[in-house]
Design a binder for this molecule. Sequence first.
Ligand SMILES: [Zn+2]
Length: 170
Amino acid sequence: MTTRFRDDFRSVDSFSDEFLVHCPECRRCAKVLTAGNVRFVCTHCGKSEMWKGSPGILTSKHPSKRDSSGRRMAWIGAEYDWFFHYPLWLQTPCCGQTLWAYNAHHLAYLEGYIAAGLRERRPNEYGWRNASYASRLPQWLKAAKNRTDVLRACQKLHTLLATLENPPHW
Ligand SMILES: [Zn+2]
């Protein structure tokens, strides 16, 4: 994997350093880490996997998942991690759609954005990059009439996170 590739996907979204996902083996919460080489790690069952795919990134929701030489491509914009395409841990139904977040940082950002009703495109403490990220959020998520429902769904995602941090003792 080239450095340029890493730079490219960093610029797509600054919340992509860690994805919380469902482990395909044990169904518990695992991580896809993208600092350095992209890898999947499950601390519950020990499954781990290096990602060896195409240096391209697709933003289509319905991509063909291979490039012209048959290598798997990364793709973004749905409730899966970009690389292995495992379902995100943080997702919940909302307004007939699915609200999802890659990780705690991403959830906090989304929630702050929705709660503030921020609609302006200007540099803020997050900088321009995230302002344009916000401009790409789907309309249903930004609609004022959905704000209460979206914030309620954010709370559900917080509950999912809290369960990870303080697992119940059976
Ligand atoms: Zn596992």
